[in-house]
Write a protein that binds this ligand. Structure first.
Ligand code: ZN
Length: 294
């Protein structure tokens, strides 16, 4: 992709932008949808500052999906938000799709690890078993925001969707799109793999809103590979697991119990137990002693 392609970007008037607010909620412009899908080859290089008379960085930004929600576009940092949504006020009703065909299950694999607390930290996605080279599909339509290699996620892609969500696909063996390219729902965006911090071929799949993870089970029925509903209601309850994580948990040592047994029971690594309680290999535990386990 060259810089010149940028000049082909048409500018969406502000009046149309307002209609993007309600992308699937009625009153949207059909031709806006069409135009976007025709622009599949255009790379939104938002780091460039453009000269007079040409689309500006701001204009390019206005073309990004659900811009009214995100108001930013960062194609380098996977996670670029710091807002605490567990304190958000009210409720947001997100129209996920117009019809059920607008969702495509990323891959039909069995869930090998669920969203939630595990091994002393939170697992922000769902792991789906696959074979290396299996096609991975974009869940909804949108524009690829991140396509890069990361030490932990391996080959990772983040798609910002028109409906306001972002989905993340990690440990891929191949990425078929780069940042700024438009993808449709169901489009093959890459191949499954075992790259990064991964102990076997699988897809680590995340759903995020304003950078904050949502339990994918709130949105998707993983057993049948379909959406649970056309709408998603987002409130502080959606992100309440954050406050649950912070809650400290203690355990009272029983007779004959070792720190290794406690580690297994709470899925907290022994090294973490040492650190949280100021203990070392040499420390001895007494019956009734209280140790922090989370
Ligand atoms: Zn995972």
């Amino acid at each position: 992709m060259t810089k010149n392609l940028l000049l082909a970007i048409s500018i969406i008037p502000l009046s149309l932008l307002a209609q993007k607010n309600n992308f699937y909620g009625g009153g949207y412009e059909e031709n806006l949808l069409e135009r976007n899908s025709n622009e599949s080859s255009i790379l939104l290089n938002l780091d460039e500052t453009l000269i007079d008379g040409k689309p500006t960085e701001k204009d390019s930004l206005a073309l990004t999906p659900s811009f009214d929600i995100h108001a930013n576009w960062d194609n380098r940092n996977i996670h670029s938000y710091s807002k605490d949504l567990s304190r958000m006020e009210g409720e947001i009703d997100l129209a996920l799709v117009k019809s059920n065909h607008d969702y495509c299950h990323p891959i039909n694999g069995i869930v090998t690890s669920d969203f939630g607390y595990r091994s002393g930290k939170h697992h922000y996605g769902i792991d789906l078993r696959l074979k290396i080279g299996d096609p991975i599909f974009s869940a909804f339509g949108g524009i690829v925001r991140i396509s890069q290699y990361s030490a932990s996620y391996g080959n990772v892609m983040v798609v910002r969707h028109d409906n306001g969500l972002e989905t993340l696909y990690a440990h891929l063996s191949k990425r078929h799109f780069s940042s700024g390219q438009r993808v449709k729902s169901g489009q093959k965006i890459g191949l499954g793999g075992n790259t990064g911090r991964s102990t076997g071929p699988h897809l680590h799949f995340e759903c995020r809103y304003l950078g904050k993870p949502i339990n994918p089970n709130d949105i998707i029925d993983f057993e049948n590979g379909v959406l649970k509903g056309k709408h998603l209601s987002i409130s502080r309850e959606t992100f309440s697991y954050f406050t649950k994580i912070k809650k400290k948990v203690y355990h009272s040592i029983k007779k004959g119990e070792t720190l290794y047994a406690v580690s297994r029971r709470y899925s907290t690594p022994v090294s973490k137990l040492f650190k949280m309680n100021g203990l070392s290999q040499e420390s001895t535990l007494s019956v009734g002693q209280t140790v922090r386990v989370r």
